[in-house]
Design a protein around this ligand. Structure first.
Ligand SMILES: C[S@@+](CC[C@H](N)C(=O)[O-])C[C@H]1O[C@@H](n2cnc3c(N)ncnc32)[C@H](O)[C@@H]1O
Length: 272
């Protein structure tokens, strides 16, 4: 089913936000220009640019720790982007990771980058949306979703799919940007050029959607604080070098909205 705003499919708006070709090469070029030895790339090298969320690699490390990953566990990464969090999970915990994302060029790049750091055997990325997961029920030992729900209007349907493919009792970790108070948001934001593909909700709305999808023992933790990646003006490389001017402006707006108390980070742990 097509989920749209008027005649526009939200998924087309999300896909249009990201570069349409050559993303992995662009990542490697940025790293090369910063002096990194691209013939011996590591997951750590890639983490400067492949973590498309507030707080970067440190935030991902916290999410993975809270999941309680262990070697050999199967992990689903919903909305995997360039695959940075998935590669960290495979590299740090020897987990077997499958990432899904509705933007095909990011999926191509995620697989390419995994191969460049020797993780093609433990990380696999598929182009599909979180609303229709092509997996049997109870296929995964854990799942995560990092800065994706802001693009999803019907979160409950995605959460129900995640619940279906998780084994009973396993953890679903979400790290998202949420509404902290009412007020006008300035666009672009780092995940959308305008409100047609931006559905930022409150912590209570996340809990309600997870509960309705069958999750239980839901714990929420305010993670407002870290700025969304390296500020484009800092001189450090970051996702802005890959995603371009709309992302740069989006980061500025995101920082302003966070300072104004409109937006904040939320870590949620829920059990299937
Ligand atoms: C801000 S990026 C975060 C990427 C990754 N989780 C990370 O933290 O590095 C959001 C990603 O969610 C994907 N996305 C948005 N809506 C989605 C949906 N309904 N199903 C699957 N992926 C989705 C986008 O294509 C994009 O790659």
């Amino acid at each position: 089913m097509t989920e749209g705003v008027g005649t526009v499919d939200i998924r087309d708006l999300v896909r249009a936000y990201y570069p349409s070709a050559g993303v992995a090469d662009a990542v490697v070029d940025v790293l090369a220009r910063s002096g990194i030895d691209i013939d011996h790339l590591t997951v750590h090298d890639l983490a400067a640019v492949d973590q498309l969320h507030a707080g970067g690699a440190a935030a991902t490390a916290l999410v993975l720790e809270r999941i309680g990953l262990a070697a050999g566990m199967t992990l689903l990464d919903v909305g995997c982007g360039l695959g940075g969090p998935s590669r960290m999970a495979a590299n740090t915990y020897q987990a077997q990771v499958i990432g899904v994302d509705l933007t095909p060029e990011l999926v191509v790049a995620a697989n390419d980058l995994a191969a460049r750091v020797g993780l093609e055997g433990s990380c696999r990325f598929l182009a599909t949306s979180g609303e229709t997961l092509p997996f049997e029920e109870h296929s995964f030992d854990a799942a995560m979703m990092i800065h994706v729900g802001m693009n999803i209007r019907d979160k409950q349907s995605v959460f129900a799919e995640v619940h279906r493919v998780l084994s009973p009792g396993s953890v679903f970790a979400l790290y998202e940007q949420v509404r902290r108070r009412a007020g006008q948001l300035a666009y672009p934001l780092p995940w959308a050029v305008d409100e047609r593909s931006s559905f930022v909700e409150t912590a209570d709305e996340y809990v309600a959607a997870l509960t309705a999808a069958g999750f239980r023992q839901i714990e929420v933790e305010d993670r407002t604080g870290p700025v969304p990646g390296a500020p484009p003006s800092s001189g450090k490389i970051g996702p802005a070098d890959i995603l371009g001017p709309a992302y740069v402006e989006g980061v500025s707006n995101h920082i302003a909205a966070t300072k104004a108390g409109l937006l904040g980070g939320l870590l949620v742990l829920a059990r299937a």
